[in-house]
Write a protein that binds this ligand. Structure first.
Ligand code: PLP
Length: 384
């Protein structure tokens, strides 16, 4: 038979998925590898979806999403960002994952380069490559709190650079960029005429400092804001995300939505609308809970005297495993086999985090602390 797609065959494998599959074979494993809230979707959201189904809201919707959801998003983002967002600047997709993929499809032509964070969410590399674009990783230095400086980005910009992907608060590091960093990135984008794809799915999850949206400082429509309901409202399975961009970009995105999916799931859109317009207590309650978990996790690392990087946002933490002199994937697989703890290997997020592993605080406190304790024991056993 003829050869299958080389582009797909050459996409890097996700180290997180590898660990997830291995962990499924060990029923009592403590699962710290997955970036998913352990909370249940709040009742008022599920009830809105059930009502929508009862009322027969089960047909195709308009391509960019139902008007009432886009109105709610326009109002919410206008208020939070302090800028005027109208419904024509919004497209609703199947998760932020799809919004990112479609944006890349609309911005680039084959061979264009896209700057992506290292360490960064591994899906960026896969999406850039599957759109026939070239990923160019820029380092987020660990010794600078994983915030890039101009020197980490500017030398990588070429004639072919089309866009830069920015993710604050960051997966996997939990870094929350300061305003100077954000202004520096926007300044580079203007200087070299780059689009900025700003993935802000963790914007609500800040423990210290504050989130500054790159879109709120966008002067000329080059920033595409990506977000969604997955993490904020514990709705990962509902698959609703969105992009906010200039009407010109949104119009192209709508065009690409047609052959890709047509529209995001109708009842899930109703659920997302209920999430955004309903009571927001869950968001603050879960944020406080994650903060408690982060503090408890940090305390365990401190007691065990094992190096880690203190995060100020999102629900991840990077631990330093350099003393073990082991590849991060080998480390993670052996940790799983020996101690029944699953963590995400740092190498899957980029070259610069090969000597790290990521743990997710999406797991309940007791299991989280026990998992970290076991991991620290293991690091000490293999160090040196
Ligand atoms: N962006 C980042 C940085 C993420 O960590 C994730 C999920 O882990 C996503 C986007 C995907 O979100 P969604 O569930 O809306 O596709």
């Amino acid at each position: 038979m003829k050869e299958l797609s080389r582009i797909v065959k050459n996409l890097p494998q996700s180290g997180i998925r590898k660990l997830q599959e291995a962990a499924r074979e060990i029923p009592d494993a403590i699962r710290l590898e997955t970036g998913e809230p352990d909370f249940k979707t709040p009742d008022y959201i599920c009830e809105a979806a059930a009502r929508a189904m009862d009322e027969g809201f089960t047909k195709y919707t308009s391509v960019p999403g139902i008007q009432s959801l886009r109105n709610a998003l326009a109002e919410d983002f206008s208020e939070r960002l302090g800028i005027d967002v109208n419904t024509g600047q919004i497209v609703v997709t199947a998760g932020a994952t799809m919004a990112l993929d479609i944006v890349l499809g609309c911005l680039g032509n084959p061979g264009d380069e896209v700057l992506i964070p290292d360490p960064g969410w591994p899906v960026y590399t896969m999406q850039v490559m599957s759109n026939s674009l070239k990923p160019v990783p820029y380092i987020m230095p660990a010794d600078k709190g994983f915030e890039p400086g101009r020197e980490n980005i500017e030398p990588l910009i070429t004639e072919k650079t089309k866009a830069i992907v920015v993710n604050t608060p960051s997966n996997p590091t939990g870094a929350v960029f300061h305003e100077e960093t954000i202004r520096m990135i926007l300044d580079l984008a203007r200087k070299y005429d780059l689009y900025v794809i700003s993935d802000e799915v963790y914007d609500y999850l800040i423990y210290e400092g504050k989130h500054i949206s790159l879109k709120s400082l966008d002067q000329d429509g080059r920033v595409i804001l990506i977000s969604g309901v997955s993490k904020k409202y514990a709705m990962t399975g509902w698959r609703i995300g969105y992009a906010i961009a200039s009407e010109e970009i949104i119009s192209l995105m709508k065009q690409l939505m047609v052959p890709m999916i047509g529209n995001a799931t109708a009842v899930a859109q109703k659920a997302a609308e209920a999430a955004i317009t309903g009571p927001q207590d869950f968001v603050e309650i879960s944020r406080r809970d994650y903060k408690k978990r982060r503090d408890a996790a940090a305390a365990v690392f401190g007691e065990e005297n094992v190096d880690f990087y203190f995060p100020h946002g999102a629900f991840y933490m990077m631990a330093d495993i350099s003393c073990c002199r082991m590849d991060s994937e080998k480390f993670a697989l052996k940790l799983l086999a020996d101690e029944h703890v699953a963590v995400a290997p740092g190498g899957t997020f980029g070259e610069s985090s090969r000597q790290m592993v990521r743990i997710s605080c999406g797991t309940e406190m007791t299991a989280l602390c026990e998992g970290i304790r076991r991991m620290c024991r293991y690091i000490k056993k293999y160090s040196g």
